[in-house]
Design a protein around this ligand. Structure first.
Ligand code: MN
Length: 279
């Protein structure tokens, strides 16, 4: 086993999306596809009453991607063109495979104490699955396995650890996605296949990632060689661990669409205009 070292650390940018939602973005879809198979990582955090009502994300389309929403405080109401609707409640995960296309709205709501805290990850689809049938995996908090050992608490959304499998299945990027909480003085090790893109989004506390001190809020990008991640913390730290297999295909992103070529994006826009986007 070889420990991964850190490639670099991203300080998330504050951006405004949807109908005026303030969020922290670590990265977004870009033609360089540096985080292949991951396209975007957003952190919603509305904890200041002067921000006023959360405006949400009114109806918008997606094609060619998967969006993964994980809520820790507050909820997200959602509704789509295929008749699906529901609420992503505290601790729940929604793994949405847009495939060839959906139109949906996502409306965050504050919790009773006024907070809204959650994450949205975008995962690419390989070219052969970009025009697949849309699919939702709705995972309620109670069905997410919690693994507790030696001061480390893991909530496993996708992938496998210690022979335990997360509830999200059949994802092309074979991702590992989990919420990891280290209590003060604990240490965490996890195997990740060499070559898989691996990131850690540190959102509470401070930890040593590959012997480098990282404070929240930061996105740690690991080098691609090595097959093990080591994290230690003196005072406690909490982070999302994200790892997946690159597709190594060219991408052509345009807003909420990520296809492989410019022609496929032009076709997508044509279909939206003439009303044939939703099949
Ligand atoms: Mn969306």
């Amino acid at each position: 086993m070889t420990n991964r070292t850190i490639s670099h650390i991203i300080e998330p940018n504050l951006v405004i999306e949807g109908a005026g939602v303030l969020l922290r973005r670590s990265f977004g879809p870009h033609i360089t596809n540096k985080f292949d198979p991951f396209l975007l990582f957003d952190h919603f955090s509305f904890n200041n009453p002067i921000e006023g009502p959360i405006k949400g994300f009114p109806t918008h389309p997606h094609r060619g991607i998967e969006t993964v929403t994980y809520m820790l405080e507050g909820t997200v109401r959602h509704r789509d063109s295929l008749g699906n609707m529901g609420t992503i409640a505290e601790g729940d995960v929604q793994w949405m495979t847009s495939g060839r296309g959906i139109l949906h709205e996502e409306m965050p709501q504050r919790s009773a104490n006024g907070n809204n805290l959650g994450f949205q990850l975008w995962v690419n689809l390989p070219s052969a699955q970009k025009m697949s049938q849309p699919r939702y995996q709705e995972i309620s908090a109670g069905t997410i396995p919690i693994i507790e050992k030696d001061g480390v608490k893991i909530r496993l959304v996708a992938g496998e650890i210690d022979g335990i499998r997360g509830p999200v299945t059949e994802i092309a990027a074979s991702p590992l996605y989990m919420d990891v909480e280290l209590s003060a003085g604990s240490r965490f090790m996890v195997n990740v296949p060499s070559g898989h893109t691996t990131l850690a989004y540190v959102f509470e506390g401070t930890g040593e990632f590959a012997d480098q001190v990282v404070e929240s809020v930061s996105m740690v990008v690991f080098q691609n060689d090595g097959d093990q991640i080591e994290v230690k913390s003196e005072a406690g730290v909490r982070f999302m661990l994200i790892s997946g297999e690159p597709f190594k295909e060219p991408i052509f992103p345009y807003g909420p669409f990520v296809m492989n070529t410019k022609e496929e994006i032009e076709e997508t826009i044509r279909e939206l205009r003439n009303g044939t986007f939703i099949k």
